[in-house]
Design a binder for this molecule. Structure first.
Ligand code: SF4
Length: 374
């Protein structure tokens, strides 16, 4: 198979990302215990689907009840007597699948009676902690600004992580500190909370942060033991970025470049610094220029298919087509090859909501196998 051809499971993943999946009544009954538990929780725009594991370690979050699900080509089937019991019917072929469960702490409360999911949620093998509820910025594709801006105390986040870390339903092997962007007056708070989490987490911790927070914080986070960074560009095209993500674009790409360079210097790159680009909100050529911009800095570009989120200004904007996703993926592979980086993320389960697949280069891994955190 040439480098410009997709395997069948890869084609299926791309179809699921842009067209979603139908769930047969038998599969729905199996997933929900005959209607007693939810099939998913919509707490983040790109994680509200079913997380499936297909052949070749292909992880995909497949929307089943979101606006993007239009005329799905794939159907999830269930037959108790089959091994495995879940299969995806696509292009007249059946693909064996596993469906990852939801975390086991959905109804848990912490020692002060707060819902644990207020501070943490797990997807695949990663726990996401959110020090900031809501967001100071206002990007048109994101639903964080729809929630109240609030600061969560460090003790709440650390306790929530300790509960998530003991979850046996969906075991976690690493952490990302994410959530909304802090107001400038709260930058100090954000740093202190990150320090507490890094001191207490017994597993690798990545920090997803806006370039606005500055390079000094990146130095500090590294000295406190941060494993990696996600400094998301979102959009490369200047006009589109200024129109739909004006605060995040801030003073321009120079500020962004400085933060990515500092993170790469501190961590040595090698997949520890990545940056997300949305696919489907700007011309393809501009996304590819963004891929090249990031790759040249030693940063792994992460291709994230745009998924319209209810309640946001872009809720009725169509998602990207199959053809666009396939083209951007294949053309991006050529670009990252030239610069010696990879498409991110490197963690295989965390690829579930991104346009990426593990290859045989040895660059991709399961975070449960990581041993190198300080
Ligand atoms: S900065 Fe991030 S969290 Fe805030 S609105 Fe933009 S994309 Fe959402």
């Amino acid at each position: 198979m040439g480098s410009n051809e997709l395997t069948d499971p890869q084609s299926l993943k791309i179809s699921l990302l842009c067209r979603g999946i139908s769930v047969s009544p038998a599969a729905e009954a199996a997933l929900t215990g005959d209607g007693t538990t939810p099939m998913s929780v919509h707490e983040y725009p790109t994680t509200g689907g079913l997380t499936l594991v297909l052949e070749d370690d292909t992880y995909v979050n497949a929307p089943f009840d979101e606006p993007i699900k239009q005329a799905p080509e794939a159907t999830l089937l269930f037959a108790q007597q089959e091994q495995p019991p879940f299969r995806v019917l696509f292009s007249r072929q059946e693909f064996p699948a596993r469906v990852l469960p939801l975390p086991g702490f959905l109804s848990a409360r912490d020692s002060r009676g707060r819902p644990v999911t207020e501070a943490v949620f797990s997807h695949a093998d990663r726990a996401r902690l959110s020090p900031i509820g809501g967001c100071h910025n206002n990007c048109d594709f994101c639903d964080s600004p729809l929630r109240n801006y609030e600061l969560r105390p460090a003790e709440q986040l650390v306790e929530a992580l300790s509960i998530a870390a003991m979850d046996t339903a969906l075991p976690v092997h690493h952490v990302v500190i994410s959530g909304g962007t802090a107001r400038q007056s709260d930058y100090g708070y954000f740093g202190e909370v990150c320090q507490s989490i890094l001191r207490n987490a017994r597993m690798p911790v990545d920090v997803m942060m806006s370039a606005q927070l500055g390079t000094d914080l990146i130095d500090q986070l590294c000295s406190w033991g941060a494993y990696g960074f996600s400094i998301n560009m979102e959009l490369y095209d200047e006009e589109v970025a200024r129109r739909i993500a004006p605060q995040k674009r801030g003073s321009g790409l120079q500020e962004f470049r400085a933060s990515v360079e500092r993170a790469v210097q501190n961590t040595g790159g090698s997949g520890r610094v990545r940056s997300l680009l949305l696919v489907g909100l700007e011309p393809e050529e501009q996304t590819l220029k963004g891929v090249e911009f990031l790759a040249e800095l030693g940063c792994d570009p992460v291709l994230s298919p745009f998924r319209p989120a209810p309640g946001t200004p872009l809720a009725s904007q169509p998602g990207p087509s199959y053809e666009l996703l396939e083209s951007v993926y294949l053309r991006s592979l050529d670009i990252v090859d030239r610069y010696g980086v990879k498409l991110g993320p490197r963690c295989i389960p965390c690829m579930h909501n991104t346009l990426n697949f593990p290859d045989r280069s040895g660059a991709y891994y399961y975070s449960r196998d990581l041993r190198c955190w300080s």
